[in-house]
Design a protein around this ligand. Structure first.
Ligand code: ADP
Ligand code: NI
Length: 221
C-alpha cells in the first residue's frame, strides 16, 4: 500500500475517534502536530513518511488515557500500521518515536532519538506552549478535577516518569513543571524560532494572572 493511503486511513480513523475529545488531545491537536511536523521536516529534512505517521499516532494509547500504562502506545501504533499494510521497518521506527515522544518530568532527560523523533517531539511541544498550550493545560486540568491555582502548593520538579505521571497538582504548577521548560528542550532550529513568541506569551499570561490574583487579595475587606 502507498504511504499516502496509509496516512489517509489513519487520519480518518483518528478524526472519528477524537471528534469530541475534551482534554486538549482532540483531532485538532493531532492535526496541528502533524502539520507542524511536516512544516519542520520541509526545513530540516528527515524521512517524511515516518514523520507523518509518527505525528498522527504520537498520542495513541498515551498513559494519560489508558489507565496509567506508561509504555503501551508504540506497540499499538506498530500493530495498527502493520494491519494497514505498512512495512515493518517504517512501523518499527514509528513505534520507537511514539514510545519516546512524551515529556516525562522536569529532571528526566529526553531519550536520544532520531531526527524524525526530534521533529515529532518538537511539533508536539510547540502545541503545549503559547496560547493554545495555555488553553490545553486548563482543559486537561478541569477534566482531571484539578484546581486552577492553589498559592500554597509549590511546583515539584519530578525526577521519574512514574512520579510525574501520578502528580495531581494544580494547573498553574504545570507551567513550572513542564510548559516553561519546553523552550530549552526543543531540538530543531525551526521549532526553537517558532517557540520564542509562544514562550513569551506564557510569561505574559502568568504575570497578568498574578497581578489580577494579588489585586484581589490587596483589596479584600
Ligand atoms: P506529552 O506526551 O508530552 O504529555 P501531549 O500531547 O500528551 O504531550 O499533551 C500534554 C498536554 O496535556 C500538556 O501540554 C498539557 O496541556 C496537558 N497536561 C498534561 N498534564 C497536565 C497537568 N498536570 N496539568 C495540566 N495540563 C496537563
Ligand atoms: Ni500530543
Amino acid at each position: 500500500m502507498k504511504y499516502s493511503d496509509i496516512i489517509n486511513k489513519i487520519k480518518t480513523k483518528l478524526q472519528i475517534e477524537l471528534e469530541n475529545e475534551a482534554t486538549g488531545h482532540d483531532w485538532f491537536h493531532i492535526n496541528r502536530v502533524y502539520e507542524n511536523a511536516c512544516f519542520i521536516q520541509s526545513k530540516e529534512g528527515g524521512n517524511r513518511n515516518v514523520i507523518a505517521l509518527a505525528s498522527l499516532l504520537h498520542d495513541i494509547s498515551d498513559h494519560k488515557f489508558n489507565g496509567g500504562k506508561l509504555n503501551e502506545g508504540g506497540k499499538i501504533a506498530f500493530q495498527l500500521l502493520i494491519e494497514n499494510g505498512c512495512d515493518e521497518k517504517t512501523a518499527l521506527h514509528v513505534k520507537e518515536i511514539v514510545d519516546s515522544v512524551s515529556f516525562k518530568g522536569a529532571n528526566v532527560q529526553d531519550e536520544v532519538i532520531s531526527l524524525e523523533g526530534q521533529i515529532v517531539q518538537d511539533a508536539d511541544r510547540l502545541d503545549a506552549i503559547g496560547a493554545i498550550g495555555i488553553a490545553r493545560a486548563f482543559a486537561f486540568g478541569g477534566n482531571r478535577n484539578r484546581p486552577i491555582y492553589e498559592p500554597s502548593s509549590a511546583p515539584t520538579l519530578h525526577s521519574t516518569f512514574e512520579e510525574y505521571s501520578v502528580s495531581k497538582s494544580h494547573t498553574i504548577n504545570h507551567f513550572y513543571e513542564k510548559l516553561l521548560l519546553l523552550k530549552d528542550r526543543l531540538h530543531t532550529k525551526t521549532a526553537i524560532e517558532i517557540g520564542k513568541e509562544r514562550h513569551q506569551f506564557m510569561e505574559f499570561f502568568l504575570k497578568q494572572f498574578y497581578n489580577e490574583w494579588n489585586l484581589n487579595t490587596i483589596n479584600k475587606c
